[in-house]
Design a protein around this ligand. Structure first.
Ligand SMILES: [Zn+2]
Ligand SMILES: [Zn+2]
Length: 117
């Protein structure tokens, strides 16, 4: 995480656990969208299988991101938290992220802000 790309700056997209739309029009030289994300995508396609990274999209860019997705779901607090596992359903769009430690942490600290950790 040495090179964090902020919204509005060009460069390779870096997942930064801020749940911001990473859409850049398909060109790494463009600035990313940076709006609050509503969907979490696993890159790839149903035909070729999952790629090796996930991405976030806002409502406006959901359709474009979906065409490059193996799977996707509505965003949740645990999305992109290190240690999270992506669980895919049989149907594309019905998977979800699971953070095995979440329940233990939540019970100790119910007001924890997952995004800022
Ligand atoms: Zn967007
Ligand atoms: Zn997720």
């Amino acid at each position: 995480m040495s090179c964090i790309r902020k919204p509005g700056e060009p460069g390779r997209y870096q997942p930064i656990m801020q749940h911001l739309c990473g859409f850049d029009g398909g060109d790494n030289g463009n600035p990313i969208c940076g709006k609050p994300a509503e969907h979490h995508h696993y890159a790839g396609s149903p035909e070729t299988g999952p790629s090796d990274y996930t991405m976030f999209s806002c409502a406006e860019h959901f359709t474009q991101c979906r065409t490059h997705s193996w799977d996707y779901h509505d965003i949740a607090a645990v999305c992109d938290v290190p240690g999270t596992t992506w669980i895919s359903a049989r149907v594309q769009g019905e998977g979800f992220c699971v953070w095995p430690e979440a329940e233990a942490v939540m019970s100790e600290q119910t007001s924890m802000n997952l995004v800022s950790q």
